[in-house]
Design a protein around this ligand. Structure first.
Ligand code: PMV
Length: 334
């Protein structure tokens, strides 16, 4: 039976605002989750009987993409759960990929669509950003308008997100992981309440939308100074939306000394920050000193793929600590 792997992601610009119809820009990273499926007498995950509560993403992926006899799912992750690096999307995309491959229906667009349905159901609200970039790889721009590089449109609840391919130059990011697990669903709900009641929050959403488009231009031009300035501004706006955290700010400030720019990435409230830099070792040391766990990342990596040999494709981060494999862990998601 097939083995598939899928990458995690960083959101360079536009998290939270994308849930409300603004654009976002996300990059696939060189940390992957590998999943395999095999015939079994009962539905099981990593050797445990399947439990809809503890295996919410995987059991929902089964409903969405399988519909066949009992199977056992095995996952192996290099992405810390709850880190804001897209572990819930990568586990969903790799499982859906393995299930579709088992039916000879492997197709990144179909995987992206089904995986979005899974994330939406489990989290209660989601944009297709994480699941699309994990399926497609490289980089994606999600936007309310169709642009060059169009891949697919995903619709839900009266909203349409157009997903586009984005070429990614050779850039070095260092992640600072706070070690604080934060669930995406409640943070999205918190931002929704703020946006509904506060005109300043709505103005922040608008500005984040324009930052994304300016950031996309800067990315194409590999203009690191401009990307960095926009990251700094995006971080401030996210803090204003109430998804910041003292430790995230401390890591961002520490990293900025040797970076073009830095911001939280993903849902916030914990999770991780990212810094764009030419001095990854210095940034990693500053993050460690400020109380975070650094990982150096390559971006623009391949999307979901069938692994011929069935082993994970991640490699240790240069200059950073190799994150421990969490094989056998139950993925509650982010
Ligand atoms: O922290 P993550 O990987 O769950 O990223 C969430 C990104 C949000 O924009 C906050 C939600 C979404 O579905 O786009």
């Amino acid at each position: 039976m097939p083995v598939c792997s899928a990458p995690g992601k960083i959101i360079l610009f536009g998290e939270h605002a994308v849930v409300f119809g603004k654009p976002a820009l996300a990059l696939a990273i060189d940390m992957r989750i590998t999943s395999s499926v095999s015939m079994s007498s009962d539905f099981a995950v990593n050797g445990h009987r399947m439990n809809k509560k503890y295996h919410s993403y995987i059991s929902s992926a089964l409903d969405e993409a399988w519909g066949g006899p009992p199977i056992s799912v095995e996952t192996s992750s290099k992405i810390p759960s709850g880190s804001g690096l897209g572990s819930s999307a990568a586990v969903t995309v790799s499982c859906v990929g393995a299930m579709l491959a088992a039916k000879d229906e492997f197709d990144p667009e179909a995987i992206a669509r089904k995986s979005f349905e899974v994330e939406f159901r489990v989290q209660g609200a989601a944009s297709p950003t994480d699941t699309s970039v994990s399926s497609h790889g490289r980089g994606v721009i999600v936007s309310p308008e169709k642009m060059e590089g169009f891949l697919w449109t995903i619709e839900k609840g009266g909203r349409a997100w157009h997903v586009h391919d984005c070429e990614v130059p050779d850039l070095t990011f260092v992640v600072g992981y706070t070690g604080v697990h934060a669930s995406t669903g409640p943070l999205v709900a918190k931002v929704r309440r703020l946006v509904e009641s506060d005109p300043d929050a709505r103005a922040a959403m608008e500005r984040i939308g324009t930052i994304v488009m300016e950031g996309a231009e800067a990315l194409v031009a590999a203009d690191k100074a401009r990307i960095g300035r926009l990251m700094d501004e995006n971080h401030q706006l996210l803090n204003g939306l109430g998804v910041g955290l003292g430790l995230l700010d401390a890591l961002v400030s520490a990293a900025r000394e040797h970076s073009y720019g830095a911001k939280l990435t993903g849902a916030g409230g914990g999770g991780s920050m990212i810094a764009l830099t030419d001095s990854p070792d210095k940034v990693a040391a500053a993050i460690r000193h400020a109380g975070g766990t650094p990982f150096e990342l390559r971006v623009g990596c391949e999307g979901v793929r069938v692994e011929k040999e069935g082993c994970p494709a991640s490699r240790p981060a240069r200059g950073g600590r190799k994150d421990k494999s969490v094989r056998g862990r139950q993925h509650g998601g982010e």
